[in-house]
Design a protein around this ligand. Sequence first.
Ligand SMILES: *Cc1c(COP(=O)(O)O)cnc(C)c1O
Length: 388
Amino acid sequence: MSLYDRFEQAFMPNYGVPPIALARGEGARVWDVDGRPYLDFIAGIATSSLGHAHPALVEAVSRQVATIAHTSNLFLHEPEVLLAERLLDLLNAPARVFFANSGTEANEAAYKLALKYGRREGRSFFVAAENGFHGRTIGALSLTGKPSIRDQFGPFPVDVRFVPYGDAAALKEAVTGDCIAVFLEPTQGEAGVVPPPEGYFEAAREICDSTGALLVADEIQSAIGRTGHWFAHQAEGVTPDILTLAKGLGGGMPIGACVGFGDAGKLFDKGDHGSTFGGNPVSCAAALAVLDNVDLDHVKTVAARLRTGLESVAHPLLKGVRGRGLWLAAVLAEPRSADLQRAAAEAGFLVNALQPDAVRIAPPLVVTAEEIDSFVAAFPAILQEAAK
Ligand SMILES: *Cc1c(COP(=O)(O)O)cnc(C)c1O
C-alpha cells in the first residue's frame, strides 16, 4: 500500500490526502519521498522562515534538546526569558508576553485577556472581519469570518459581529461602547493575502481609542519578517493592545505568543491561563535562532525582485499580484488555482491554492535571488499549463 493510501486509512478525513509526501529539505529546496526536488514557495504556510535544515536552527534545537527539552511552567528557563525580552525589544513598547504552542492558542489567550477586560468593563461583544481567519479552536473559530468552517460548530460563548474587511466606516458603526475588542489581521492571509486600503489599521486604532475597545492584531502569519518588517503593524504606524504571533516565529518548531501592551499585558491574574508545553525550551531556542537569522534587508530585496518579476509576466490567466513582502498572492482571471498548484508542482515548485482564484506564494525568508528568478522564469509556462 502506498504512503498515501496508508494516510487515508489512518487519518481522519479533515485534510483529505495531501498530494505530495515530503521527506527532507535544505534551504528553500525540499525532496519528496521518491527523491524528486521542489523549490518550496509556500514554506509550510509562511512558517519555515529560515527554510529547511538551516544550520543555526539545527544547532539551536539540537543543543537545547540535549540540554533540557521540557520544564513545564512549574519552572522557568533562560530561553523563554531571552525570547520574551527579544520580542519586547523588537516591539519597542511596554508589553508582556505569554507563550503558547500555536496560532490558535495565541488567539485563545488574546480572547481570554479580552474577555477579562470585557467583564470588568461590562462590555458584551467582539468585532472581527468577514473572511478573516483566526484559528480552529472554539474561541478563535468564533472570531473566524468564514461561515463554511465556523457555523456548524456554533453557538459560541461570545457574540462576534462581522464587518467587511478594509471598510473603516463599517468598522466605526459596529464598534460601539459595548464592544470588548476588535480582532483584525493587518493583511488577511487565508482570505487570499488581501492587504487593506491605506490607513485602515490607523482608522481601526482611532475607532478603538474612541470607544475603549481593545485592538487585537492577529499577526500569526504576517509577523517575523514576512512583510519585510518584524511586525506588519509597525509599518502601519499603529500599536495594537494585543498582538498574536505564531507561524514564522519558530521557523517550523511549534510556538505561539500573545503580547499585551501596557495595561492589557497585566489583565491575567495568577492562575488565569497556562499551557504545559507553551514556551518550551526547544521551541524558544528555535525562535531565538530565527530572530538571529532573519535578515530584513534581504527579505526586502528578494521580495521586490519576486514582485517585479511576477508583475512582468503577461498571461491572460494572471490578473494581478497582491500582498506584502515575501507574502504574495497571484490573482487569477479564472478559478483555476488548483490547476495552477498542480502545474507548479509538475514544474518543480510548491505553491498553494489559497482561494479558487488566488495562489499563495510565500517562500522561506532565506530564499535566494537565483531561486526567485527560476520561479519567475518558470511561471509563464505554469500559467499556460494551468489554463489548458
Ligand atoms: C494560521 C493562522 C492562525 C492559526 O494558527 P494555527 O497555528 O494553525 O493554529 C490564526 N491566525 C492567522 C492569521 C493565521 O494565519
